[in-house]
Each structure stands twice: as C-alpha cells, then as structure tokens.
Design a protein around this ligand. Structure first.
Ligand code: ASP
Length: 323
C-alpha cells in the first residue's frame, strides 16, 4: 500500500513537473561565436520556439571554439532536464572523424530533437580582392598560389569542410586561418586581413547586398532563388562538376532528458518550423526550413549517422584530425 502510494506520488511529481515545463529560462548553447550563421539561426529560431512553449524565456549562449566541439561537450555534460539544449550543425557529424579526444559520444550522448534548416554556402572574398566574378577569381588564385589566406571557423566547421573540398577540387593549397566562428572571420574578411572564405548564406547575404564583400559562387548544384544570390553561378556549373555542400542544423538535449520533455520539445520544434516569421526570415537569407520526417528524434539520429558515414572517410582520406 505504502509502495503504491509512493509510486503514485512519484508519477504525480513527474506529471506535475512536465505540466509546468518549462518553468524557468531555457538556454540554447550555440557552439560558435556570436554574429555568425549558427548564432543567427539560433536567435531567429528561439523567437519561434518560445511561442509554443508558453512564451518561455530562451537564452542563447555562445560557446565557440574547436569547430563546435567545446559547446557540444558543455551540453553533453549538462543536467538532462530540458533547460540546456544544443543547436549545432553538420559539425556534429564531422567531429567524430576529426577530433581524436572528443569528450562526448555523438550518438549516445544526446537526445535528438529534430533538424531545423538547410543552408547553402557562398564563396566570398575581401572587398579589395582584384576580381569581380568567378572567372577572374580563378585567374587571381592562379597568380597568387602560395600566398592565399582562407578563413574558417575551425576544424569541422562548415567553412572548413567547404574550403577543404574547394582546395582539393582546385588542387591549390591555401593557408587556412581558423576563428571561433565565421562572425569574427567575416569582420576580418571585410577588413582585408584574410582573402577568401566559404560561408553560409545566412551570414553572407546581407554583406553581399551591402557590397561589403565580393561574392563569386554558390556551393549547391542549383542556383539560388533569393534575389541577391540568384545571379551567382554554382561551382558545379563553373567547372567543378558535382560540387555540392549544404549545411544542416539540428536541436539536441543531453542524453537522459525525460522522454516527456523530449516529446514536448519536439512538438514545439515542429510548431516553430511552421512559424511564418521564421520561415520568411530563413528564406530571405537563402536557407530552407526542414519540413520532412527529419524533424523527428529517430529520423534526425539516423540522418546524423548517415552523415557520419558520409564524411568520415572523406576526412580520413584528407588526413585531417586534431588531438
Ligand atoms: N557555423 C559556424 C558559425 O556559426 C560557421 C561555420 O561552420 O563555418 O560561425
């Protein structure tokens, strides 16, 4: 009798806690510097996510460095109570091959909540770069071999993967300059401290529009529809047949987060992705909100697993790793 009462009390406590979730601010860790593409997605997304969570306060915390693995470690080690989440990109799938001392298990260390968006990338250059289109850029690269600086957001960042693929396709080695995110890298590119960068459209569109950087090409096989980006050629049509880099973002909680909280967050995530303001914002920045079955814990996890299997051999073949 006593045990039954205790069990009943425990069930009520859990149900009660859940009914109230979230009862305090939720922190979303962005594993890159402020002002960059992942930070921008996170801030817009948080606005949409708070609505189905009773207008909860959502705080964005930037924990940049080591290609996103420092922020991911923070979340893997956080209390599994639904109050510390991770918004991370493709780096979630490339880090197992890149980092020999990863402090978390990519598949077992998190509850997968669902994908958020897919973002094409653009190849951009400093404003003073003496090239105004892709053909001129190729000539400039040829004439400046051995002297070119390519910015990125660290091993495993989208800008790193794209830059790696670009250099190997072109068979030209550039000096890579790593930052804690492409937010600060963009500042240096605009200032002329680095020459070129491959970066997500969510971070480059307004800079291209404002004439702050030079834009040369897009990394997806189809041209983009966002007006300012539509005139850019694809790398695929510019002699790099098959060149295709598109970056996805997803949402995670620490492993062991109660299933009821995971379900509540997934339901809120689905609602947030249907938010008209969020969709409009993403579209204007060249990104596409995910609406397929990957907005679902099991499919999201399967997707990351397939990306680990896709990128692992590419990274190993390129001899890239960090201790
Ligand atoms: N996602 C990174 C950032 O937000 C950039 C990258 O991965 O290239 O800065």
């Amino acid at each position: 009798m006593k045990r039954t009462l205790l069990a009943l009390a425990a069930t009520l406590a859990v149900t009660g806690a859940l009914a109230e979730y979230p009862e305090k601010p939720i922190t979303i860790i962005v594993p890159f510097a402020a002002g960059g593409p992942t930070d921008k997605v996170a801030r817009d997304f948080a606005e949409a996510l708070r609505k189905p969570l009773n207008n909860a306060t959502i705080v964005i915390e930037n924990v940049g460095g080591a290609g996103g693995t420092l922020g991911a470690t923070r979340v893997a080690k956080a209390a599994p109570d639904g109050y510390t989440l991770l918004l991370h990109h493709i780096g979630m799938a490339t880090s197992p091959a890149l980092y020999r001392n990863l402090q978390y298990k990519t598949l077992e260390g998190f509850e997968y909540l669902g994908l958020i968006n897919e973002v094409p990338m653009t190849l951009i250059g400093r404003p003073t770069l003496p090239a105004s289109n892709y053909a001129e850029l190729l000539k400039w690269i040829e004439a400046n071999k051995g002297k070119i600086n390519l910015a990125n957001a660290g091993l495993g960042a989208a800008s790193h993967l794209c830059g790696l693929l670009y250099q190997s396709t072109l068979k030209v080695d550039m000096t890579t300059v790593p930052y804690k995110g492409t937010g600060p890298a963009m500042t240096d590119l605009i200032g002329g401290q680095v020459d070129i960068m491959c970066d997500q459209t969510t971070n480059t569109t307004s800079q291209i529009e404002g004439g702050k950087v030079k834009a040369f090409a897009v990394t997806t096989p189809k041209r983009l529809t966002t007006p300012i980006l539509a005139k850019l050629p694809t790398l695929d049509e510019s002699g790099m047949k098959g060149f295709n880099v598109s970056i996805w973002h997803g949402l995670y909680a620490p492993a062991g987060t109660p299933k009821a909280v995971v379900d509540k967050l997934n339901t809120a995530l689905k609602a947030a992705l249907k938010d008209a303001d969020f969709q409009k914002r993403e579209e204007a920045l060249g990104a596409v909100v995910v609406t397929d079955n990957r907005v679902n814990p099991a499919e999201h996890k399967k997707w990351v697993e397939s990306e680990i299997n896709k990128w692992g051999p590419v990274i190993k073949a390129a001899g890239q790793y960090a201790d």
